[in-house]
Design a protein around this ligand. Sequence first.
Ligand code: PEP
Length: 271
Amino acid sequence: MRKPLVAGNWKMNNPIESSRTLLQKILYNAEMLDSILAKEENACSIDIALFPPSVYLREAQEVLTGSDLHWGTQNVSAYDEGAYTGEISASMIKGFGCDYVLIGHSERRCLYEKLELDQYVLDQIVAEKYAQAISHDLTPIVCIGETKEDYESGKTEQVIARLLDILIEHKGAHSLSKAVLAYEPVWAIGTGHSASPEWAQQVHAFMRARVAAHDKKTAQGLRIIYGGSVKASNAAAIFSKPDVDGGLIGGASLDVEAFTHICFAAALHQK
Ligand code: PEP
């Protein structure tokens, strides 16, 4: 059994006052949802994780401590400590009560792309961040996805396999039992055009099979979530697919009603 996960990536949005209010509203709705789900025959409990900007981690910790909700950061340094201006280490993140970190989000990768680092080098950096997260008992949500150009030229599997193989080479396939994978086609993020449920299923099944080739048990238990323009209106169709274990939600995670609907859809689709 895989427990669905819905993760809300707030990106660089919201002033501090409305962030606190948003945390409180999401928490309130999540608790309401729990009592509704308790009466639904086909529903299961889900994990919810919120990723506010790091400067609001204190607020997240104050509001969410003692609840079932998790929180985390949108990035983590590849290093333990030292002269890395602007970076935040895994142990610092852990100090704020975080359980999760996002790694390799395409909106961060594109900053490096401007430095003209090639994709293989970027994947190596993602693998170093992954190792940091795992060794500090943080669950990395590793974002993997192809650009529009790669999609159109049929390179989706190649792009995904490259990063997965590097992670497996660095830390072993079994390390993925402590991680979550997020398939995030770059062409679907923030565009309003999500991948079709069928396409998401096809890619998720490919990812699971790639891990299974090394470690079947880990692959079976591995949560693979989908991200890219998930909304209240399309969440149920996407989450109904057998290899989709929830979602990484950007824009819609700032809208309490929409986010609650998405969580509800995930709770109806345990795998
Ligand atoms: C994201 O930020 O990871 C994301 C999927 O964004 P959106 O839902 O807005 O497409």
